[in-house]
Design a protein around this ligand. Structure first.
Ligand code: SF4
Ligand code: SF4
Ligand code: SF4
Length: 321
């Protein structure tokens, strides 16, 4: 078996890091993980209430002035297959077996929204060498500053949710992603996806209240009738709906150090394409590793040794024709 360039880089990085972790006395954290801000803002997305109408996608496009993003060369429809520089929010479909029953893992289906999670301790801001991505110290919104960006795309590699997208088709490309409609927030409004969601599946608010609401939902008996806030958590506006069969936890409570977008669903989150992340913050973990590797310039030598070792191993006799 040949050794592709991609596999070589992956293996070399893995080997170097493994060697580093074994050879150097690693401190557990280079810095404390960031914690949730008291006035953090976010969105609670409840897939059991989502009807897949994509009103949130259309509203996101309209209020962020995003062009159509057709999946076919003919370009007859705006039907993106994934997030892109032209699509900050997408509703995907999970389907299993006969796909008959909503919010069931087997022989069922579920909708799932994907957009920036506005992480508590974001890996994108940590990876950005020039602070072009930064976290608002009050609201926790993760914003992008095009004037600072040097186009290195480290944020793309760092994000565990594969969110930031690069504009490949413009002469002066920028990184594009959801910024929690901050241009609407400053005018006293709120995210367009929540304003136009007809079913209360996407609700905007302060993260403390959203977490409380998510926990209330987990305690409701499945199949009973209950009230659900619509559009935003603080208006008292609500609708009645049947309580779904919830997977018994809220995604984003702790995952990857926590996120300001919280997700509830009837299907296990990893089946919906959400990554299985440890509770430790991804950003502080990677910063610890980098600081350790470069401390006293020991790391680069260890990395080089790892590279040599893996090249030797992967090009040994058994791989030769
Ligand atoms: S989801 Fe990705 S882009 Fe969004 S804040 Fe987290 S790390 Fe950054
Ligand atoms: S908050 Fe705004 S930018 Fe983000 S997904 Fe919703 S509509 Fe789109
Ligand atoms: S607008 Fe609401 S119900 Fe419709 S797809 Fe988006 S989240 Fe689901």
């Amino acid at each position: 078996m040949g050794l592709s360039r991609r596999n070589f880089l992956k293996a070399a990085a893995g080997g170097g890091l493994l060697a580093a972790s074994q050879l150097s006395p690693v401190p557990v954290w280079a810095r404390e993980p960031k914690t949730r801000l008291p006035e953090a803002l976010g969105i609670l997305y409840d897939a059991t209430l989502c009807i897949g109408c994509k009103a949130c996608m259309t509203a996101c496009k309209e209020f962020n002035s995003l062009p159509p993003d057709p999946s076919s060369p003919e370009g007859l429809w705006d039907d993106p297959l994934d997030l892109s520089a032209k699509t900050y929010n997408i509703v995907k479909l999970y389907r299993s077996g006969t796909g008959q029953t909503k919010d069931r893992e087997e022989d069922g289906y579920s909708f799932i929204r994907r957009f920036c999670m506005h992480c508590v301790d974001p890996a994108c801001t940590s990876a950005c060498p020039v602070n072009a991505l930064s976290k608002d110290p009050v609201t926790g919104i993760v914003r992008y500053n095009k004037d600072l960006c040097i186009g290195c795309r480290y944020c793309q590699i760092a994000c565990p949710f594969n969110v930031p997208k690069f504009e490949w088709d413009t002469p002066f490309p920028q990184i594009k992603k959801c910024q929690l409609c901050d241009h609407r927030l400053v005018r006293g409004s709120y995210p367009a996806c929540c304003e136009f969601c007809p079913n209360g599946a996407s609700v905007f608010g302060d993260v403390q209240s959203l977490r409380k609401e998510a926990k209330r939902r987990l305690g409701l008996p499945a199949g009973s009738q209950a009230t659900f806030p619509v559009h935003r958590i603080d208006t008292g506006e609500y609708r009645y709906a049947t309580v779904g069969h919830y997977f018994p936890r809220v995604y984003g409570e702790v995952d990857g150090g926590g996120t300001q977008v919280l997700i509830m669903a009837g299907v296990p989150f990893n089946r919906l394409g959400l990554p299985d992340l440890p509770p430790e913050s991804t950003a502080s973990h990677s910063e610890t590793l980098m600081h350790t590797l470069y401390k006293g310039m020991i790391g680069p030598y260890v990395l080089l040794a790892g590279l040599f070792y893996l090249v030797y191993k992967n090009t040994s006799k058994k791989d030769l024709p």
